[in-house]
Design a protein around this ligand. Structure first.
Ligand code: ASP
Length: 324
């Protein structure tokens, strides 16, 4: 009985501490981990959201880039971070493909995190170096099928969106190309601009300005419908790969055990960011838009992540792609 009472007292003291902590939150800088290199598409989304959240939370939200292994190094870091609201994590669809792709992960994509909310769905584009010989998607298909492993294709490592898109592309055309992994498609884009790699599949948040500036060639978008900012680009369906569809959803998380009142506060700040006219405008310029308010919630992200893991794992297993 005494022990029970003592346990209750300790529990109440701990709860009281957590509550007091949540009430004062935030009192210092918050770090938003992005599991890819700076200057890439996920970094771009994160910096826009972080800036707006800083205003709402009245504390600086800095972005820290922890790239490598398709986003799994950053995810592992966050899973081990203190669940105090001062480390948060912006990741994309890779959070749902990594469990199928990696034989071993030091974290659990669902259980090691507290979901905060969905952020945005970003279309992808098939792009190539400026002097790549193919004029259109049909020619691109013919070229890569003829040249196979001589063709180099950049991605951000196994588990990244560019890897997923490339894997689906190679499976669809039954041709293996030579993949060149980077810590993010930010640095991959530099090599594409420099002509060191042939092509990649990357998000409009990274490719739009380079396409519009005529610095790279673009062949198709991976969404069901055309992207308003790039109206001349056909969908993969129109271009000749029926049924090929990928959009890169992004979500915001905290480490497991982050107090619920803090998660609620962060979700509230995310909702404000997604309604911020500056964020909306920049997203629109980059071919994407914020999710509807009802999806910027822990419940919506939790359900979406679960259903995406269920959707991708069998597809990945069928493609026979694994990483250690
Ligand atoms: N989103 C990644 C990045 O920011 C790239 C990728 O997933 O392919 O670099």
């Amino acid at each position: 009985m005494k022990i029970k009472l003592l346990h209750s007292a300790v529990f109440l003291a701990l709860m009281g501490g957590a509550l007091a902590h949540a009430q004062n939150y935030p009192t210092k800088t918050i770090t938003m981990v992005v599991p890819f290199a700076a200057g890439g598409p996920t970094d771009t989304v994160a910096r826009l959201v972080a800036q707006s959240m800083s205003t709402t939370l009245k504390q600086t939200v800095i972005v820290e880039n922890v790239g490598g292994a398709g986003g799994t190094i950053g995810a592992a870091r966050v899973a081990k971070s203190a669940p105090d609201g001062y480390t948060i994590f912006l990741h994309h669809i890779g959070q749902s493909t990594a469990p199928g792709l990696y034989r071993k992960l030091s974290y659990n994509a669902i259980d090691s995190f507290e979901p905060i909310g969905l952020v945005t769905d970003v279309p992808m584009t098939i792009v190539a170096r400026k002097d790549f010989p193919a004029k259109d998607f049909k020619e691109l298909l013919a070229y890569v099928k003829a040249n196979k492993a001589k063709v180099t294709y950049a991605n951000a490592g196994v588990g990244s969106a560019s890897h997923l898109c490339g894997m689906l592309f190679m499976t669809a055309i039954a041709t293996d190309l030579t993949t060149v992994p980077y810590k993010g498609t930010g640095p991959a884009m530099n090599d594409l601009l420099g002509g060191q790699v042939d092509f990649m599949c990357d998000q409009t948040t990274n490719t739009t300005s380079q396409i519009k500036g005529g610095k790279i060639k673009a062949y198709a978008v991976t969404t069901k419908t055309r992207v308003p900012t790039l109206p001349d680009l056909p969908t993969m369906n129109e271009a000749g790969l029926p049924g090929f569809e990928v959009a890169v959803w992004h979500g915001l998380y905290a480490p497991k055990g982050t107090p619920a009142p803090i998660v609620t506060q962060l979700s509230g700040a995310l909702k404000v960011a997604l309604k911020d006219p500056a964020v909306k405008q920049r997203f629109a310029d980059l071919g994407t838009e914020p999710v509807a308010e009802a999806r910027a919630t822990p419940e919506a992200l939790r359900a979406h992540l679960k259903s995406e893991i269920e959707r991708w794992t069998p597809i990945i297993q069928k493609a026979g792609v694994y990483a250690d």
